[in-house]
Write a protein that binds this ligand. Structure first.
Ligand code: PMP
Length: 445
């Protein structure tokens, strides 16, 4: 057996070559937070210090870390067959996984297109939407409608429909043409500190009618939204909002895509947010917890009608699209093992069961310095702070750093702290996350 290397950053290892994603490299190098091991609810850094995972990695590891069922399935599969070409031939695991996903997805979404990431799932869904309308004899339907503050990955499609300025500005001349954005649903004036879904704001969906009037339904391909915005800081849909979006899109023959890269696989208390809020879109994009973050993989869940329309062509194929690693056998093995854990341990139900406890715990922070809103659903919460005079994001980052130093991982986006622990989290661990956060908030001020 080969030795497992031990990682050290502070002696001989150079930090000069890796261009880190979404990270200020210079800032990182001044104080590198280097993770080396993970087990259950904990990471360990390179010095062996335990860090409680309050974020399931990056919203990925819903079954916790170091799951032997997953590593054994991966090892078995890689020894049996490491890779198989993804087109013009298949392998059983991709079909088995597609069937498993169809079984837990909302009714009618029985077709699965495999990708390697959330970004690829989003761009695939957008292409499928255009292709569907073309196959259906409506080739003018090419416009997309996203939403302010939406995050849909980093492909050119994803940043075009996305609504976070920082991801778009550099590329403003290269974005997809014909994209509009609905208003976001964050309303701290009326809904600050709401537990669960805000009561007011559903009418913001009606802006879609104005966009339809402006452009004509015959030119609009799809609306894409995160049912709950994750990356922009846990923004919940107001009660009735998603149903209204569904009604308007249906009325005008516009497809509705839910980006469930974060909300999928139990985060908000059901397999998918679509089920939690009883709204069935035409497509769902997923990734992350699909295989517990073990190996890059994403999937688009697609309505049967869309698939049927796209398969009508003379050769039974209308969409020229795919990836070398679509349905990768090793990633698929990890996904099936993850779905087994989610099912056997009833983790989606657990997310709902612990919702009340989690909600009370994070709302107990109300009143601490500079907190202007607290939001939550399932096992996800967001705590919003007013920016410090040092600049936007400085307070959030300071709280993240302080929590990390105190042994708990939380996530900072601007001045919002997001918490999204693995769904195996215990009540004591929820308390530990919230207590550390409370200390950090007081320390940072
Ligand atoms: N969509 C949503 C809703 C996401 O949260 C993310 C990632 N945070 C993505 C898409 C992009 O996923 P990836 O980073 O795997 O490309």
């Amino acid at each position: 057996m080969t030795d497992i290397p031990t990682y050290k950053h502070n002696d001989t290892q150079t930090l000069e070559n890796y261009w880190m994603p979404f990270t200020a490299n210079r800032q990182f190098k001044a104080n590198p937070r280097m993770l080396a091991e993970a087990e259950g609810m904990y990471y360990k850094d390179t010095s062996g210090r335990a860090i409680l995972d309050g974020t399931a990695g990056l919203w990925c590891c819903n079954a916790g870390h170091g799951r032997k069922e997953i590593s054994e399935a991966v090892s078995r599969q890689i020894n049996k067959m490491d890779y198989a070409p993804s087109f013009q031939m298949g392998h059983p695991l991709a079909f088995e996984l597609a069937e498993r996903l169809a079984n837990i997805s909302p009714q009618g979404l029985n077709k699965v297109f495999f990708t390697n990431s959330g970004s690829e799932s989003v761009d695939s869904a957008l292409k499928i939407a255009i292709n569907y309308h073309r196959a259906n004899g409506e080739a003018t339907r090419t416009r997309f409608i996203g939403r302010e503050l939406g995050y849909h990955g980093v492909g050119f499609g994803g940043i075009s429909v996305g609504g976070i300025g920082g991801n778009r500005k550099t590329f403003s001349q290269q974005l997809l043409p014909g994209v509009d954005h609905l208003p976001h649903t964050l309303d701290m004036q009326n809904n600050a500190f709401t537990r669960g879904m805000p009561k007011t704001g559903a009418e913001k969906a009606d802006v879609l009618e104005q966009l339809v009037a402006l452009h004509g339904a015959e030119n609009i391909a799809a609306v894409i939204v995160e049912p709950m915005s994750g990356s922009a800081g846990v923004i919940l849909p107001p009660e009735g909002y998603l149903k209204r979006l569904r009604a308007i899109t249906k009325k005008h023959g516009i497809l509705l895509i839910f980006d469930e890269v974060i909300t999928g696989f139990g985060r908000v208390g059901d397999a998918f947010a679509s089920q939690r809020w009883d709204v069935t879109p035409d497509m769902i994009t997923t990734a992350k917890a699909l295989n517990n973050g073990a190996i890059p993989m994403g999937a688009v869940l697609i309505d049967d009608d869309i698939y049927d329309a796209c398969m009508q062509g003379p050769e039974g194929i209308e969409l020229f699209h795919g990836y070398t690693y679509s349905g990768h056998p090793v990633a698929a093995a990890a996904a099936i093992a993850s779905l087994n854990i989610y099912e056997n341990e009833k983790l989606f139900e657990r997310s709902k069961e612990l919702e009340g406890y989690f909600e009370d715990a994070i709302h107990s922070l109300k009143g601490l310095p500079n907190i202007i809103d607290i939001r939550n659903i399932g096992l996800v919460g967001g705590i919003q702070f007013s920016p410090s005079e040092k600049g936007v994001g400085k307070r959030g980052f300071g709280i993240f750093e302080t929590c990390f130093d105190k042994g708990t991982l939380v996530r900072a986006t601007a001045d919002i702290i997001a918490i999204s622990p693995p769904l195996i989290v215990s009540k004591q661990e929820i308390d530990q996350i919230v207590n550390t956060l409370s200390d950090a908030i007081r320390a940072v001020g």
